[in-house]
Design a protein around this ligand. Structure first.
Ligand SMILES: Nc1nc2c(c(=O)[nH]1)N[C@H]1C(S)=C(S)[C@@H](COP(=O)(O)O)O[C@H]1N2
Ligand SMILES: [Mo]
Length: 436
C-alpha cells in the first residue's frame, strides 16, 4: 500500500488506511448507537421502497379492466404516484429520525467531552530530557500533536460516546470479581502519565502510521488484579485479554504482557486533553510494545479474559498474527526521497523505534559503504521512539542512504524485507538523493 502523505511533505493527517488493522477514515460525525440509526433507518426506508418496486415489477398480468392503463407488470399512474409518495415520506422520516437520534447522541458526547476535566496524574510522566528533540529541519516532532496523529480504524463514522453513560465491563475466565466501571470511577483512581509511541502493523518500511503522545490513564494491571486475574506465568487460566469497542471491534492482547509491569493503561487523556473522538473518547487501551491491532482498542467498553485457543479477534480472523510485538524499525525523515541537496555537509535525520526494548544504536550507510554510527538524541524511555541524526559529507552524484537501528536487547533491525501481513513489515528504509 502506498503511504499517503500530504502534498507538502511531512505527514499531515493520514486519512484512511485500508488494510490491517486497517481502516477507513469516516467523514461523518457520528455516533454511538445513535450513529447507526441514520443508516438503519435509511436501510429500512430503502427496503420498503425496494419491496414496493419489486412488487410492482413482478406484478403479473393485471386483471383485465379496472384502471390499468399500461401493460403487464408496468406502472400505472396511480401506482407510481403512491410508490413515489411512500418513498418520499420514508426517506424524509428516515432522515429526520437519523438527525434526531444522531444529533442528540452526538451533542451529549460532545458536551461530555467538553466538560471533562482531567485529574492530575498520581504518577506524572518522567521529565523528558531536553535533548529528545533535535533541531533539524524536516525531522518528525518528538511529540505528535493530536491533530496530526495517524488514525487507523474500521469505523465508517467515528463513534461519539457520551462519557456520562459509558461503562466498562471486566469479566471472563479467571475473573473472580467481575466489575463494571463508570468514567468517574476510573478518574477517581490514581492515574499514570506516560510518553508512549503507538505504531500500526500496516505501516510499511518508512511509512507514516506511527505517532508519539503523552497519555494519561489508569494502570490496567491494577484493574485486572482487583478482578482476580492472575498472569499465565503464575498459573492464571486466561492468556488472552479481548477488548471490545462500542462499534464491535475486537482486539486481543497477551495477559502476560499487560501484567508484566509495563505501563499498559486505559487512556483517558492524550497530550493534555481528553482523547479526541477519532482516538477513542472516552477511553482506549494502550500496551507499550504491541502493534495497535493487538492492544490499542479505541472506544473500549468491554474486557473479556479468555484464551488464544478459544477466541480469534477481528484481524486474527483475517489472517493477521495472534501475537504482534512491534518490530525494531527506523525511518529517514530528511532528506526526502529524490531530494537534490548541495554537496557538502548534509544532515540525515529521522526516528527509530523498538517500543519496550528501546533504541541503543542507529547506523547509516551511503551506497555500499561501511555502516557509520549516527548521533542519538536523548532517550525519553524505552516505550518511545528516539530521534537520530548523521552529518553526511555529501559528494556530487546519485546516492542511496540506508538506516538501521539496534534495540535494547542487542538485536539489529533485519535487512530481510517482509510484507506487513501477518505481523508487521521488516527491512530497512532507504532514500535516494541526487547531490548537486
Ligand atoms: N475500536 C477500534 N479500535 C482500534 C482500531 C479499530 O479499528 N477499532 N484499530 C486499531 C489499530 S489497527 C491501530 S494501529 C490503532 C490506531 O490508533 P489511532 O487511530 O489512535 O492512531 O487503533 C487500534 N484500535
Ligand atoms: Mo494498526
Amino acid at each position: 500500500r502506498p503511504c499517503r502523505r500530504g502534498p507538502d511533505g511531512p505527514r499531515r493527517r493520514d486519512r484512511g488506511r485500508r488494510r490491517p488493522p486497517a481502516a477507513r477514515r469516516g467523514t461523518a460525525r457520528g455516533t454511538g448507537i445513535g450513529d447507526v440509526l441514520p443508516s438503519v433507518a435509511g436501510a429500512l426506508a430503502g427496503a420498503v421502497v425496494l419491496y414496493l418496486l419489486a412488487a410492482k415489477a413482478v406484478q403479473v398480468p393485471a386483471p383485465a379492466g379496472v384502471g390499468v392503463e399500461d401493460g403487464e407488470g408496468g406502472w400505472n399512474r396511480r401506482g407510481f404516484l403512491v410508490a413515489a409518495g411512500v418513498t418520499a415520506v420514508a426517506a424524509t422520516s428516515a432522515g429526520a429520525l437519523g438527525r434526531y437520534f444522531g444529533g442528540r447522541q452526538g451533542q451529549g458526547a460532545v458536551a461530555s467531552r467538553e466538560s471533562l476535566v482531567l485529574p492530575e496524574p498520581a504518577s506524572p510522566a518522567p521529565a523528558v530530557p531536553a535533548g529528545v528533540q533535535l533541531k533539524v529541519p524536516g525531522i518528525t516532532a518528538f511529540t505528535t500533536p493530536n491533530a496530526d496523529f495517524y488514525r487507523v480504524d474500521t469505523a465508517l463514522t467515528v463513534p461519539k460516546v457520551d462519557a456520562g453513560t459509558w461503562r466498562l465491563r471486566i469479566h471472563g475466565k479467571g475473573v473472580t470479581r467481575p466489575r463494571t466501571y463508570t468514567l468517574d470511577q476510573l478518574l477517581a483512581r490514581p492515574l499514570i502519565e506516560r510518553d508512549i509511541t503507538l505504531t500500526c502493523v500496516s505501516n510499511e518500511v518508512g511509512g507514516p502510521y506511527i505517532g508519539n503522545a503523552r497519555w494519561l490513564g489508569v494502570p490496567l494491571a491494577d484493574l485486572l488484579k482487583e478482578a482476580g486475574v492472575i498472569p499465565p506465568s503464575r498459573g492464571g487460566k486466561a492468556d488472552q485479554l479481548v477488548a471490545r469497542s462500542v462499534d464491535g471491534m475486537t482486539l486481543g492482547s497477551p495477559v502476560e504482557d499487560v501484567m508484566d509491569g509495563r505501563d499498559a493503561m486505559l487512556a483517558i487523556g492524550m497530550n493534555g486533553e481528553p482523547l479526541p473522538f477519532d482516538h477513542g473518547f472516552p477511553v482506549r487501551m494502550l500496551v507499550p510494545g504491541l502493534y495497535g491491532y493487538v492492544s490499542a482498542c479505541k472506544w473500549i467498553e468491554d474486557i473479556e479474559l479468555t484464551t488464544f485457543d478459544a477466541y480469534d479477534p477481528y484481524w486474527v480472523k483475517r489472517k493477521w498474527a495472534r501475537r504482534a510485538p512491534i518490530k525494531t524499525q527506523s525511518r529517514i525523515d530528511t532528506p526526502k526521497p529524490f531530494a537534490r541537496p548541495t554537496a557538502g555537509t548534509v544532515t540525515v535525520a529521522g526516528v527509530a523505534w523498538a517500543q519496550h526494548r528501546g533504541i541503543t544504536r542507529v547506523q547509516i550507510r551511503v551506497d555500499d559503504g561501511p555502516w557509520q554510527d549516527a548521533d542519538l538524541a536523548a532517550q525519553a524511555g524505552v516505550d518511545t521512539w528516539r530521534q537520530w541524526s548523521y552529518r553526511w559529507n555529501a559528494t556530487p552524484g546519485g546516492h542511496n542512504i540506508t538506516v538501521r537501528a539496534t534495540d535494547g536487547t542487542g538485536q539489529t533491525q533485519t535487512e530481510q524485507r517482509t510484507r506487513t501481513i501477518p505481523d508487521g513489515a521488516s527491512g530497512r528504509h532507504s532514500v535516494f538523493v541526487t547531490v548537486t
